[in-house]
Design a protein around this ligand. Structure first.
Ligand code: DAT
Ligand code: MG
Length: 149
């Protein structure tokens, strides 16, 4: 099953949205296989967002993502990368469809509540940045017999 890296950013934690966000992911049928709350270090934030290092919003993005506790997870399931990106909605919340996390809970692109990997390569890279192999669980959910044909 495909794995993806997902983060509830510091704004989502401050606004009490952690449970609702995790609930959407779980109820969809995706499986949590790793979960942690921590304040991400500046070095980890820069590595995580290295593709944006040259962009004007990069310093603000790194400052924001390290500004308080965030929740990191690894989520597994069928097409987990595409499915979580769809659950999150468009990067700019103004363009995000209602029903998505960003479309329901955010307005500003720099305060868009959630992150998720956008490709298999990004997922592998981001999971390795945030978790050791030993922190990623391997189990079956009891409802997998109903979720998958
Ligand atoms: P996504 O988070 O949907 O993968 P991205 O990789 O293009 O989007 O950008 C990473 C984050 O950077 C995004 O969630 C919010 C911030 N960001 C992107 N574009 C921005 C902009 N024009 N101004 C401010 N922040 C921006
Ligand atoms: Mg991205």
């Amino acid at each position: 099953m495909e794995q993806t890296y997902v983060m509830v950013k510091p704004d989502g934690v401050q606004r009490g949205l952690v449970g609702e966000i995790i609930s959407k992911i779980e109820k969809r049928g995706l499986k949590l296989v790793a979960l942690r709350m921590n304040v991400i270090s500046e070095a980890t934030a820069k590595e995580h967002y290295s593709e944006h290092a040259a962009k004007p919003f990069f310093p603000g993005l790194v400052g924001f993502i390290t500004s308080g506790p965030s929740v990191s997870m690894v989520v597994a399931g069928k097409d987990a990368i595409r499915v979580v990106r769809a659950i999150n909605g468009a990067t700019n919340p103004v363009d995000a469809a209602p029903g998505t996390i960003r479309g329901d809970f955010a307005l500003d692109v720099g305060r868009n509540v959630v992150h998720a990997s956008d490709s298999p390569e990004a997922a592998a890279r981001e999971i390795a940045i945030h978790f050791k192999d030993s922190e990623i669980g391997n189990y079956s959910r009891i409802d997998e017999v109903c979720l998958y044909e």
